[in-house]
Design a protein around this ligand. Structure first.
Ligand SMILES: Nc1nc2c(ncn2[C@@H]2O[C@H](COP(=O)(O)OP(=O)(O)OP(=O)(O)O)[C@@H](O)[C@H]2O)c(=O)[nH]1
Length: 244
């Protein structure tokens, strides 16, 4: 066989031509066709090289298919990891509720478009719960409170854990009367919860509620709800107070 014949000048200079033999066979076939002699030999060579061309092409296609599959798998894994990271950055690991930063961000976005009711809820005498039943039992109470709030709001509001035993519920579009009623419903639901063993005594929560008009700041809404919560604690706990 004679030396390979480059196909594409500049490209062939850079790397060996994978199909040089086929190109050569093609040239021979062209010449044979032009001069009408030695047809058989030229055609045999053409067949051999074109068979190799097909084999090589199939192998390359398979290899690039495999590389594409691997890249797709890698992409899917990266997206999964990005979703997990996003979730961890915005959620409380113990309860799955939004963390403080995410609550603030969500509430701010809501306030751009809606009036909101903000409920701030704090478990009463929680230190005693920990001291009496142990810290792990205290953790199950925190989880049960979030489960109870989640069941009560049924996806219409978002729930956050804004402190150790302090939670918030942000409900866009409610008026003040509805806000107070919501606070009372949440308080009752917690007071009526059956707590898992080893907790035998009732656990309650105090509740502060603020209503804020669209365009208010989150800081104002939170400050007022927190003040109302403080009044609820001062009034004997297990009750609801509404911000002025
Ligand atoms: N088990 C558990 N306890 C926590 C967690 N975060 C905070 N705490 C506890 O929550 C308790 C809060 O106690 P305090 O701030 O004194 O409030 P309190 O006993 O609930 O009393 P009042 O709020 O005044 O009714 C502390 O004992 C903290 O250790 C947590 O993630 N798990």
């Amino acid at each position: 066989m004679t030396a390979p014949v480059p196909i594409f000048g500049a490209v062939a200079d850079a790397e060996p031509d994978l199909f040089a033999a086929e190109q050569h066979a093609l040239e021979q076939a062209r010449r044979a066709a032009a001069h009408e002699h030695n047809h058989q030999c030229a055609l045999r060579e053409l067949v051999a090289h074109y068979e190799r061309l097909l084999r090589e092409s199939r192998r390359l296609v398979q290899r690039s298919d495999r590389a594409e599959r691997q890249m797709n798998q890698l992409n899917a894994r990266l997206q999964e990891m990005a979703t997990q990271l996003e979730y961890r950055a915005t959620h409380d690991p113990l309860t799955g509720a939004l963390n403080r930063g995410a609550v603030i961000e969500h509430a701010r976005s809501c306030l751009l478009l809606h009036d909101i009711v903000l409920v701030v809820l704090d478990i009463d005498f929680f230190k005693q719960v920990n001291d009496t039943y142990g810290h792990p039992a205290g953790d199950t109470v925190i989880q049960a409170v979030v489960a109870c709030l989640t069941e009560m709001v049924e996806g219409q509001a978002f729930i956050g854990r804004v402190g150790g035993e302090e939670f918030s519920v942000v409900w866009p579009g409610l008026n003040q009367v509805q806000g107070l009623a919501l606070g009372e419903r949440l308080r009752q639901a917690i007071a009526n919860t059956e707590w898992p063993a080893p907790i035998t005594a009732p656990v309650t929560a105090s509740v502060g509620v603020s209503w804020s008009a669209r365009g208010s700041t989150f800081e104002q809404a939170y400050f007022r709800a927190d003040q109302a919560l403080y009044r609820a604690k001062r009034s004997g706990r297990n009750c609801v107070r509404m911000a002025d």
